[in-house]
Ligand binder design. Structure first.
Ligand code: NAD
Ligand code: DAU
Length: 339
């Protein structure tokens, strides 16, 4: 059997990093190429246990660097591309939108050109439910794959733009693509600028946790390993050109999430500090993933089992998040929110 080559972009980040390890463990017959620029969000220490494996390769490169990306594809002739690399943090997109357009839009287009050139078997574009905009608080409404795109932040606008390019490369050139749109992830190696790892790390250090606005905004949480399994399924079974929503019906207000973490760690809710709201703050996300469930996916974690596992992981891996916080990331929150 010929070995397949899988290019995973953004494999030094949170979800891409979990997906690299998931694929290395699950599919030893695949050669896994992790391509990442190692921005502030990229970290390779998470791959210490796999970096010496014969089927793991790391390439440091910018997905928007056309010459390097084209020559890499010409040399390696990848069978699959699973594209995670992105600027991913909404708050950063509000203060500095330019890099989001460069990486998320231009970078995706360069990858699409390279994938077309060598004729990949599948290009999976990992997108987000944020491209649909926001829902109101009516619990019977959900995002489906047919919900119109109405992105509200520069981040989600850049992701929606990349989704449209991926769609166009399928319609125009017949590139075999899928787009996945997942809800909020959490789990091991989540970068501590995002709500859940931020809360866990700050509570463990007895620091205040900033909650934007009144804390009533709702997110639909999915454990990262359930997201990895969904992408694996789409990569192998997804119908070309189709979009698949991914979510596990775990809606919680931000305040509920933060209180759950504080109470699990046995700390005081006095650590909560309400701060100025995020600009353009989306009220509620909630995903209908019936289409993917029909393809054969279902989540394995409830929010309760997943958050307990995640809190334990942060307790067991203090060294990892402490080196991130004291490194490239030092002082970010104190500067941003005065907490
Ligand atoms: P992340 O910020 O943790 O990781 C992004 C990775 O991309 C980093 O390793 C970074 O170094 C790399 N990168 C950034 N710019 C690059 C460039 N120009 N060239 C090469 N590499 C570059 O992000 P994440 O949370 O793991 O998200 C991964 C993907 O999943 C993103 O596309 C995001 O839009 C999507 N997504 C995220 C969530 C979530 O809850 N985090 C949910 C749905 C979809
Ligand atoms: O829905 C999928 C998206 O989820 C992904 O596409 C994004 O890449 C990912 O970052 C995430 O976006 P959110 O903006 O929902 O995640 P974040 O963790 O930044 O915020 C979650 C909620 O918590 C949101 O309503 C804002 C709020 N929040 C966030 C931070 C960082 C706070 O109240 N305080 C905070 O300090």
């Amino acid at each position: 059997m010929t070995r397949k080559k899988v290019l995973i972009t953004g494999g030094a980040g949170f979800i891409g990093g979990n997906f690299v390890q998931y694929m290395i463990n699950k599919s030893p017959s695949y050669d896994i190429f992790n391509l990442d620029l190692l921005t502030y969000a990229g970290d390779l220490t998470k791959h210490r246990d796999i970096e010496s494996k014969k089927n793991y390769h790391f390439v440091k490169a910018d997905i928007a660097d056309r010459d390097i990306i084209i020559s890499l594809f010409e040399n390696e002739k990848f069978d699959y591309v699973v594209h995670f690399a992105a600027e991913s943090h909404v708050d950063r997109s509000i203060t500095d939108p330019g890099v989001f357009v460069k990486t998320n839009v231009l970078g995706t287009q360069v990858l699409l050109d390279a994938a077309k050139l060598v004729g990949v078997t599948k290009f999976v574009h990992v997108s987000t439910d944020e491209v649909y905009g926001e829902l109101d608080f009516d619990p019977t409404t959900f995002f489906t794959e047919d919900t119109p795109l109405q992105p509200n932040s520069p981040y989600s606008a850049s992701k929606a733009s990349s989704d449209l390019l991926v769609r166009a490369y399928h319609e125009t050139y017949g590139l075999p693509v899928n787009i996945t749109r997942c809800s909020n992830n959490y789990g091991p190696y989540h970068f501590p600028e995002k709500l859940i790892p931020l809360t866990i790390s700050r509570v463990l250090n007895n620091q205040k946790v900033p909650i934007y606005g009144d804390g009533k905004n709702i997110r639909d949480w999915l454990h990262v390993l359930d997201h990895c399994a969904a992408i694996d399924l789409v990569m192998h079974e997804g119908v070309n050109g189709e979009v698949y929503n991914i979510g596990g019906h775990n809606e919680r207000t931000n305040l509920e999430v933060v209180k759950t973490i504080i109470n699990t760690l046995g700390k005081s809710e006095d650590l909560i500090k309400f701060v100025k709201d995020r600009l353009g703050h989306d009220k509620r996300y909630a995903i209908d993933s019936t289409k993917l469930e029909k393809l054969g996916w279902k989540p394995t974690f409830t929010f309760e089992t997943g958050i307990a596992q995640t809190i334990q992981w942060y307790l067991d891996n203090k060294e990892w998040w402490e080196q991130i916080i004291s490194g490239k990331y030092q002082g970010y929150f104190e500067k941003q929110y005065n907490v």
